[in-house]
Design a protein around this ligand. Sequence first.
Ligand code: WQD
Length: 338
Amino acid sequence: MTILVTGGAGYIGSHTCIELVKAGYDIVVADNFVNSCMEAVVRTRKLCGVDFPFEEIDLCDYAATDALFDKYHIDAIIHFAGLKAVGESTRIPIEYYKNNLDSALSLLAAMKKHDVKNFIFSSSATVYGADAPVPYNEATPVSRSASSPYGNTKLMIEYILKDTVKAIPGFNAVLLRYFNPVGAHESGEIGEDPTGIPNNLMPYVAKVAVGKLDMVHIFGNDYPTPDGTCLRDYIHVVDLAKGHVAALKKIQQNCGLFVCNLGTGKGTSVLEMVKAFSKSCGHELPYEFAPRREGDLPAFWADPAFARDELGWVAEKGIQEMCDDVWHWQSKNPNGYK
Ligand code: WQD
């Protein structure tokens, strides 16, 4: 069975390629390197032990996407490719809507033409919106609007896929709602490599640990949580990658529409994360409390029961292992892939 992995040079995509190959799938990887690089593909191939085919294409190019399906026999798609910076999406929403929606639509058009009916989509817990009760479970209706244009592209693509399942007999769509992916491959060869100053907590902390940034700014310490800092459900990227293998097994059973959280079910505070990382890197990381960041929710985490019951998948790695693996990656590659 051959899987097209879009965004396969990216952070979650590259780790998923390894788990797919391990599970016996053939893969074709496509990426336009907008937020990734060939070095990630080279290293992923090495870790897989397979020279899988790679195509540098922009999925918004309908003809190029269609040609990809002419060139390879594809059985299923895992669609990671997309712009994903929440803050940036509020500044350039049109680019976010255009890129993320166009690439999904061009894939669907090519799939329709080539009679490919299995689509696994990288969605996000952000679709639950600000008012959902925690823990988030799949029965909770999605929000009418997510808190950013980025989040809205996830919501819109979910709707497009739901309608496609209704319209095309035999079409299967798995919507995987990720919580906060962190961690890196145990080899320290691949990991998260954001350009510029990281927006997300874990890569920021890692840059402080390696001496590239001065100190961690903890956004808010007066939230209604045990230590006053926000709680998130951090999930190791390798566990997340394995969740995609479980989703592929599900899709092979002709699941129709299948919506599932991928999280651990546990909330960890920002302060706990900084402390755990200090242990991993062997020195106390300097931090200071800063004002709250606009749009942040105090606390949310997944109800992971549905994934356990329906996919037979459970996240296994804890916070310390996540920090150890990020430190391994960051200390081995202080400049990321460069
Ligand atoms: C985590 C916590 C911050 C940076 C976002 C997206 C989500 C998903 C994952 C994907 C918050 C605090 C952060 C820092 C801090 N996206 N923090 N200092 O906001 O939960 O989720 O990333 O592509 O859709 O919204 O993750 O890592 O940015 O923040 O104190 O320098 O860390 O306030 O409480 P978030 P995050």
